[in-house]
Design a protein around this ligand. Structure first.
Ligand code: NAG
Ligand code: NAG
Ligand code: NAG
Length: 273
């Protein structure tokens, strides 16, 4: 018995890397997605008059396979509103995250290498923020990187996980000043490079949503859209929100539009597999 003691941990060490690479049978493999940007990423579906109406269509329903990283950095079963406790100071509602997760799960199946596939959503969006609020060293940037790292650490404790993509829907707040609009492309490229570097994933997929209207009737919508399309880094995809239905507040996507957007983002992600 005494002789077995040093051997057993050694054997386990030999077994562990192989097991986690293929997914431990009965364990779970978490595909982690960062959700960042401003209010439309956070979600205002059903919440445009100061209270959320609580309506959750089936495309946004909870599932034991869809997790969210809580404000306290723990995985929990995801529920609308996904950005509750994250997009602080705003009334949050339905966003694209849950329909996106359902679309990806439907396409990817629920098993991989013997492990149960889970989707881990890491909500980080904050309403009304220009891209300058997201540059490296800002509060929002640090919160995003901290949350993404915590998500990966939490995943490895439960079987393994990988960072699958950053979903980015932001830019409306940069349509008001010419200077912001002109600097958008450079700031976006810097953001992508910095996030990839700080998360140690130089090829991290980024899917950005092309904005459809300006905040406060900003004059530089086209300028920002051109800047978004001009981002020429590898592995940056683009999905266009132009034409999606806007709520009666004339400022936010409706729940139905968010479902459409979630499906578009899901399709865009699935194409990369
Ligand atoms: C507005 O708020 C009320 C609750 O005060 C809610 O019942 C209603 O559905 C909301 N309307 C919209 C369009 O969000
Ligand atoms: C955005 O940046 C401005 C100017 O630096 C700052 O005052 C504001 O607090 C920032 N907002 C957020 C949400 O980080
Ligand atoms: C939300 O998205 C809609 C559709 O793209 C857009 O019209 C609106 O300006 C956006 N709102 C904000 C506050 O960014």
């Amino acid at each position: 018995m005494a002789m077995l003691q040093p051997v057993l941990p050694f054997l386990l060490l030999l077994l562990l890397p192989a097991a986690s690479a293929s997914g431990r049978p009965g364990g779970r493999r978490t595909m982690v997605f960062i959700l960042a940007g401003q209010s439309n990423m956070s979600g205002r579906g059903g919440a445009t008059n100061g209270t959320w109406d609580g309506v959750v269509p089936s495309e946004c329903a909870p599932s034991p396979r869809i997790l969210r990283l809580s404000p306290a950095l723990r995985w929990e079963e995801a529920r609308e509103p996904l950005h509750d406790g994250i997009d602080v100071g705003n009334t949050v509602g339905i966003g694209p995250g849950m329909p996106f997760a359902h679309a990806v799960l439907a396409a990817c199946g629920s098993k991989a290498g013997g492990a149960d596939v889970h989707l881990g959503l890491v909500p980080c969006a904050q309403g009304g923020t220009p891209i300058a609020n997201w540059s490296r060293g800002t509060e929002l940037y640090d919160r995003m990187v901290t949350r993404a790292r915590a998500a990966l650490a939490e995943s490895s404790a439960t079987g393994g996980g990988e960072l699958a993509a950053l979903l980015w829907y932001q830019g409306e707040a940069d349509t008001m000043r010419r200077d912001d609009a002109e600097r958008y492309q450079g700031r976006m490229e810097a953001l992508v490079r910095d996030v990839r570097c700080d998360l140690g994933q130089p090829d991290l997929l980024v899917i950005q949503v092309g904005i459809a209207t300006a905040q406060y009737n900003g004059k530089f919508l086209d300028r920002v859209r051109e800047a978004q399309k001009a981002v020429r880094l590898p592995n940056v995809k683009y999905v266009d929100a132009m034409g999606l239905p806007i709520a009666s507040d004339h400022t936010h996507l409706t729940t139905q539009a968010q479902i459409q957007l979630g499906n578009m983002l899901g399709k865009s992600y699935i194409e990369t597999l």
